[in-house]
Each structure stands twice: as structure tokens, then as C-alpha cells.
Design a binder for this molecule. Sequence first.
Ligand SMILES: Nc1nc2c(ncn2[C@@H]2O[C@H](COP(=O)(O)OP(=O)(O)OP(=O)(O)O)[C@@H](O)[C@H]2O)c(=O)[nH]1
Ligand SMILES: [Mg+2]
Length: 223
Amino acid sequence: MTEPRLVEVRQKVLKQNDLLARSLRHRFRAAGVYVVSLVSSPGSGKTTFLRQTLMELKSGRRVAAIVGDLATDNDAARLARAGVPIRQITTGTVCHLDATMVERALDSWALNELDYLFIENVGNLVCPSSYDLGEDLRLVLMSVTEGEDKPLKYPTIFNTADVAVITKMDLAGPAEFDLVAARYNIQSVRPGMRIFEVSAKTGSGMSEWFQFLQAALAIAVSQ
Ligand SMILES: Nc1nc2c(ncn2[C@@H]2O[C@H](COP(=O)(O)OP(=O)(O)OP(=O)(O)O)[C@@H](O)[C@H]2O)c(=O)[nH]1
Ligand SMILES: [Mg+2]
């Protein structure tokens, strides 16, 4: 008897989140800021990838980031070394960010003074998939050490993302990573999905990603 009730409560929470995410999306659009979120399992390389992205963009663009974790502000401290505004959300026991947390983190931030805002989600391949954050672009990262089958095992997160990033390509050889199989698995879950293959350590593949970001902003502001 309790199961239908649980489902009902969950649907209500998700509906409320969707409504707030929609209003955040309007707010971001009105401010002219392009918002990118990053999801992946723990340790896939979100913070490292994001730090390199912030370092690249900061000379010509106004950038900032929000980073979510269950505990610690380690990632915020790492990202702050890029010399751009960073805010940490500590979720406690919650395994994802939601639109309310993002709205709270935006408090008193002048969004119209930003070109890009990045949101690093809590490391988890399941929970974040149900929660729209009002972002323009959602990246799902998977590293070469996790195995090529992750898109098949966690299809929902790949389905709710716009772009896939295969990270730690410098380790592809030692990890015996099968890139063809990984691409095939991503495409079988999400046909046509754009895939970047990068190493934030060596910088390989990063310039394609930076070009994509610049083009995405240009398209967004022209609409
Ligand atoms: N070799 C190699 N290591 C990397 C690369 N990117 C990240 N790492 C390493 O992978 C580990 C995890 O990277 P993070 O950037 O902290 O990963 P994360 O996804 O932000 O982790 P959580 O926030 O805890 O989920 C660190 O030891 C990084 O130095 C890469 O391109 N190549
Ligand atoms: Mg991180």
C-alpha cells in the first residue's frame, strides 16, 4: 500500500523541480549567460576538465562555476585556483543537485556579468539524471578506466545529456580501452550524440571542445 504514495511524492518533487528549472532557464537566457552542467560517476575527471576549461576561457570570457559535492569544498578550492568566481554546494546526504540548490547558490550573483556558468554535479551516474537544473547544455563524462559499457548500464544519464566526453584518453592504452566500442555504445543509447575524446592532463582533444563552446555561446546569444 505504501508504494503508490512514494511514487506520488516523488512525482511532486520532480514536478516542482521542473517548474523551478524552467524559471532558472528563463533567468539565464534573460541574463545572456550560457550554462553548462557536468555529470559523471565519481572521479571521472569533471573538476580537472572544468579547471582546464575555465583556464582557457577566462582570458576572453567572463566565467564562473558552481560545484556540488556531498561533503568537503575540495573541488571549489581546486577550481578557485583558476582565478574565477566559484561557489560550492554541499548536499550532505543528497546524491544530486536540484534546481532549488542552484537557485540558492546564485544568490546575489550578477548573472548578466557572466558569459558562461558551469555547474559540476555530484559524482553519480544515477541520481542527477532526473533533475533539470535549467542548463543549456548537459555534459556526461566517462573516463577510459570505467569501461566501455557505461552507456549501456546507465542509459538514463546518457539520454538526459546533450554531449558525451570521454576523459583520460592519455590512459586509454594502459587501460586497454576500446574506443570503437565506447563510441558504438554511446550511439546505440543516444544516436547522433556528439562525443569529445579528451585528456585534460595532456590537453589532447580540448581545443575541439573549446571551439564547440564558443560556437554554442554565439548561437545562444543570437537567438
Ligand atoms: N591521467 C589522467 N588523469 C586525470 C585526467 N583527468 C582527471 N584525472 C585524475 O582523475 C582523478 C579524479 O579527477 P577529478 O577531476 O577530481 O574527478 P571528478 O569527476 O571531479 O571527481 P568527483 O568530483 O569526486 O566526482 C584525479 O586524480 C585527477 O588528477 C586526465 O585527463 N588524465
Ligand atoms: Mg569533482
